[in-house]
Ligand binder design. Structure first.
Ligand code: PEP
Ligand code: MG
Length: 329
């Protein structure tokens, strides 16, 4: 098995029927370049910027952010030229805290001021990061993405702030990318129900199944109870992914999945059957997933999709996926 995975590392990421699937990296604040070049990812699908802020002793300013993003991009491009890098704006709150920033005390932090809610409440914080990203994107294939969006108003507010940043950069005579692509993470059930509407306001979706599972099932992903209830194979989550995938298809917007499940064999089968062609995962999973994709016959997944969407519980979902896995492996 290891040998098989090792051998497929230099091959194309295509299914048996020749459909290309794109494998991207999830990375924290730093890039382990030795990891990257051998794995030949199609891009960075999720650059979590929290670690950059957590490593600092105060909010990194615009200039510092620009440098950090440029350094990561340069390093990445050394082995993977021209491939896209998606920078996610700061997603602190709930489980992620900063030593130099006092957060409001809340009864339910994961339902409270986190992600975009926090950055939109502190416009300077948001604008510093946006300006850093816009400037770093001048000479690199950088896109940006918002975490934890609840409603359209937030997207519109963010859009206005980005325009404000561009105007300021223009006046300051700094180079930046005018037409940067902007996407949103799908992490809140409202995003799923209104996916066709959100699709008109963003360039792409990336489904954050870690949080989406927690919010669909109303189960804290870090709580002890999670062992019993928190399950990304719950058919409610599967249907949610399907809804977003179909909305994306209808609206011609790319939908990727960047939650942990994107690196799991069973989930890869499920996601491909639901029409997902873009996965983003920790670097270590890339070779294994590439090897698996090369054994999948997409036409055989039609039946699986129908079965998944009729499943009653996560056990049924997993049985369907495991059965197919056993056949192809
Ligand atoms: C997610 O929620 O699925 C996700 C990728 O974001 P994070 O794990 O950083 O919350
Ligand atoms: Mg998340």
């Amino acid at each position: 098995k290891m040998k098989e995975i090792e051998e497929s590392i230099d091959k194309e990421t295509v299914t048996l029927d020749g459909e290309r699937v794109y494998l991207h990296l999830n990375i924290g604040g730093r890039l382990d370049i030795t990891q990257v070049s051998r794995k030949r990812p199609d891009g960075i699908g999720l650059l979590r910027t929290e670690l950059i802020y957590m490593d600092a002793v105060e909010f990194p300013n615009e200039e510092k952010q620009k440098k950090i993003y440029e350094n990561i991009a340069r390093e990445f491009e050394e082995s993977q030229p021209n491939k896209p890098i998606v920078i996610r704006t700061l997603d602190i709150g709930a489980d992620k805290k900063l030593s130099y920033y006092k957060m409001v005390d809340e009864e339910n932090p994961s339902l409270g001021c986190r992600g975009m809610r926090l950055t939109l409440a502190d416009k300077n914080l948001f604008k510093n990061q946006i300006k850093g990203i816009l400037r770093a994107a001048t000479h690199h294939n950088i896109k940006m993405m918002y975490p934890m969006i609840t409603n359209l108003k937030e997207i519109i507010e963010a859009k206005d702030l980005v325009e404000e940043c561009k105007k300021e950069l223009l006046i300051e005579g700094k180079e930046f990318k005018e037409n940067i692509e902007v996407g949103m993470m799908v992490e809140v059930p409202s995003n799923v129900m209104l996916a066709d509407i959100f699709a008109d306001y963003v360039d792409f979706f990336s489904i954050g199944t870690n949080d989406l599972t927690q919010y669909i099932l109303a189960t804290d992903r870090y709580s002890p109870i999670a062992e019993k209830l928190y399950d990304c194979y719950d058919p409610a989550v599967i249907r949610a992914i399907n809804m977003v995938s179909s909305a994306g298809l209808r609206k011609n917007k790319k939908v990727s999945v960047c939650g942990e499940m994107a690196g799991e064999n069973q989930a890869v089968i499920a996601l491909l059957s639901l029409g997902i062609r873009d996965l983003s995962m920790a670097p270590a999973y890339i070779p294994k997933v590439r090897n698996l994709i090369r054994k999948i016959e997409l036409s055989e997944l039609k039946e699986i999709k129908i079965k998944l969407l009729k499943s009653k519980d996560s056990q049924e979902v997993k049985n369907i996926l495991n059965e197919y896995l056993e056949i192809i492996e």
